[in-house]
Every structure is written in C-alpha cells, then in structure tokens.
Design a protein around this ligand. Structure first.
Ligand code: C2E
Ligand code: CA
Ligand code: CA
Length: 366
C-alpha cells in the first residue's frame, strides 16, 4: 500500500509543475484511485480496473489531488451512494424530499425572525435520510438546481401559508449550493418563484457557505449574489469560521449576516476560548457592518452567554429542532400565543435581559 501511495504521489508531483500558456500559467492537479490485486479474491484485470475506477471516483469527490485505494468498506459505501443517485430523481418527482424548518429568533426579544429550510428525504425503504448522505447523490445526478428549486418552492409555500394564518415568520433561509450559485438562470428563477407565491424578495435569505465565498469564485457567483442582493434578498454567510472567507470577499459578495458555525458556539458559556473567539468574530462583524447569528445553540447557558456577548440572532436545538411543515405550524402557533411577543420592551421597568416568561422549549424532535 505504501509503495502504491508513493507512486501516486510521484505522479501527482510531476503533473503539478506549472505550465506556461500564452499569458497565463496553468496549474494542474490529479486525483488518483488504485486497487491492489491482493485486496480482491481471484481478481481479473477487468475487476481490478473497475475497483480502481471506483476508488478514483471517491478521490475526485474528496476534492482536488486526493488519493484513494480500493477497500471493501469504501466500495460498499460507493454502492450505497450509487443506489441513492439512481433513486434521487424519482424521489424529487414523488415529493419524498421535503423541507423541514428550524426557527431563528432575535436574542433580546425572542421574537421569531425567520426559519431555515433543511432538506429531508423520506425514503420508502431506508427511512429518513439526512442531507449529508443524499446531497452527494443529488450532485452526482446533476440535480442540485432541481433540489434548490424544490426547496425554494416549499419554503415560499410555507411562508405564504403562515402569512394566511397570521403566524409572523419574516424570512425563509434556503441553502444554495455552488452549482446553483453558478447557474445563469438563478436570478430569473428566484424572481419568478417569488412572484408565483406573491412574496417580496426580502422574505428570502440566501444561505451561502463560507467555503464558496472563500474561493475568489467564479464571476457568475458574484454576479448572481449581487443581483439577488439588489433585488432585495438577504445574503447569509453560512458556517462562518470554517472556510477562510476574506474580509474583502465578505464585502464583494454582498453579505449582510454571518452565521457563526456551531463549532464556536458549543460550550461558549463554559469555555473562555470559545467566548474569546465569538467576541473577536463579533468585533469583526460590527466593523464590517454585518449582523451575526449563532448556529447550533443547544443550552440555556449558551443562550445567556451569547446574549451577553451581543449576538443578535439565535438558531439551534435549544430553541427548536428542524420540524416538518405541520409540526412547524403547530410550534409557531404555540409560540405566538405565549406572551413573549407581547412584552413591551420599550418599557424601562420590564426586565430586558431575561423576560420572566415561560417559553415553549424543545419542540418535537424528528
Ligand atoms: P447547515 O446549513 O449548517 O444547517 C444546519 C445543520 O445543523 C442542520 O443539519 C441542522 O439540523 C443542524 N443543527 C441545527 N441546530 C443544531 C444544534 O443545536 N445542534 C446540532 N448538533 N445540530 C444542529 P442538517 O439538516 O443535517 O443539514 C446539514 C447540511 O446540509 C446543512 O448544514 C446544509 O449545508 C446542507 N443542506 C441541508 N438542506 C439543504 C438544501 O436544501 N440544499 C443544500 N444545497 N444544502 C442543504
Ligand atoms: Ca444553512
Ligand atoms: Ca451552518
């Protein structure tokens, strides 16, 4: 195995020398997949080639310049993945993939400021499949734009339904993949879909991963984000702190709010290092004039710590888990009928830090 790895790495390094082309320099990277014949029972050359090709597919999925060797376990994973890839088109068409909704609240008033739409696949035989497992299948099947469109429609349908029920949910956050952000028809699709549900553009928060913004990006991604921002949509930078977005890019990509990644939030009440990190991120956000939301808030202690640090918005299991449309509607009904939103925060005698109100907590957990 070690020898094969060394050969693969040597191949990569000889291909990585820059190539001068007219006025440009081109850098190549190579993904490598291989199969050792002693890892297969009675292998034929065709078997070895097939297993090496599958290892190459896994290397390509792992990012540029990865090396993967054939193994039984990984091959079984790939089979499972291929099976999902085969099923995913039908699942979208049959509405087996649905949006779940997770509330976001304002830290000080605890008023609902929006929900995030998160995809769930109710597979007829495999049960509930999380996006971590089926997003690669969507990607392989070339269905990322179809999934995004489906999620946007479900999100807008939810907002329109809640508007009609007088349940106040200002925005829905939709996760846009790199593929969608590079789609030339994106702005037109968003505009048309908003119109179809009779919603104003500010009702949509476009969630973009920090890793997308960290790359200088394709021109089209910047163009799409700036057009969506001009249209009036909010742009949220997702998983902030994990993807090395530069300050320049936060400006260039029209970001209005950062979503501080859960890894900085866990234990923020007990861990001084976590608090220092969040405080530093907030200082940066303030200087840049962007707002901040804390993701993955699980405990009341974390909520209190985040409130005293001055994080404006909260999202996490501590407020509510992602819920089906029906469960979210019930949750919103209960939430809006508590006194919390009727508290007069302009009244100086009311305790603005910790309103003494019983909150609906930990709603149904799917
Ligand atoms: P994300 O956008 O960062 O979404 C937040 C994830 O954290 C969700 O996982 C959510 O269920 C989970 N979460 C929320 N609060 C807490 C908490 O308090 N504690 C913990 N431990 N986890 C919490 P989920 O639904 O499995 O989604 C995973 C990722 O898949 C999302 O991360 C997002 O990047 C992606 N994703 C989900 N739906 C879509 C979609 O429709 N389109 C695209 N392109 N990506 C999606
Ligand atoms: Ca997100
Ligand atoms: Ca996130």
């Amino acid at each position: 195995l070690e020898d094969a790895m060394l050969v693969a790495a040597r191949l990569q390094s000889s291909l990585s020398a820059p190539i001068a082309l007219a006025n440009a320099t081109v850098y190549l990277s190579a993904s490598v997949g291989f199969c050792l014949s002693d890892r297969l029972d009675a292998p034929t050359s065709a078997d070895i080639l097939q297993c090496a090709s599958n290892a190459l597919i896994r290397a390509q999925r792992a990012g540029p310049a990865a090396i993967r060797s054939h193994s039984e376990v990984a091959a079984a994973d790939l089979d499972r993945q291929n099976e999902l890839t085969k099923d995913v088109a039908g699942a979208l068409a049959d509405h087996q993939i649905a949006a779940f909704f997770q509330p976001q609240i304002a830290t000080d008033t605890r008023v609902i400021t929006g929900v995030e739409g998160l995809a769930r696949w109710h597979h007829p035989t495999k049960g509930m499949i999380s996006p971590g497992l089926f997003l690669p299948a969507c990607q392989d099947a070339g269905l990322m734009c179809a999934l995004g469109q489906h999620m946007m429609e479900q999100g807008f349908h939810a907002l329109a339904t809640w508007d009609a029920l007088d349940l106040h949910v200002p925005t829905v956050g939709i996760n846009f993949s790199t593929t969608e952000l590079g789609d030339h028809t994106l702005v037109e699709r968003v505009t048309d879909t908003l119109a179809q549900y009779n919603l104003a553009p500010h009702r949509l928060s476009v969630e973009v991963l920090e890793s997308v913004v960290a790359d200088d990006g394709d021109g089209i991604i910047i163009q799409n984000l700036s057009a969506l921002s001009k249209l009036g949509c909010q742009i949220d930078l997702d998983d902030f702190g994990t993807g090395h977005a530069s300050i320049t890019n936060i400006r260039r990509f029209s970001i209005e709010r950062i979503k501080i990644d859960r890894s900085f939030i866990t234990g923020v009440d007990e861990d001084k290092d976590q608090r220092d990190m969040v405080a530093a991120i907030l200082t940066m956000a303030e200087r840049l004039g962007v707002q901040a939301l804390a993701e993955g808030v699980e405990t009341q202690g974390e909520e209190r710590a985040l409130q005293s640090l001055g994080v404006a918005f909260l999202q996490g299991f501590g407020i509510a888990h992602p819920m089906s449309m029906q469960d979210a509607t019930d949750w919103l009904r209960t939430y809006s009928t508590t006194d919390v939103q009727k508290v007069d925060f302009s009244n100086p005698t009311s305790d603005q830090q910790e309103p003494d109100i019983e909150m609906p907590r930990r709603a149904s957990s799917p």
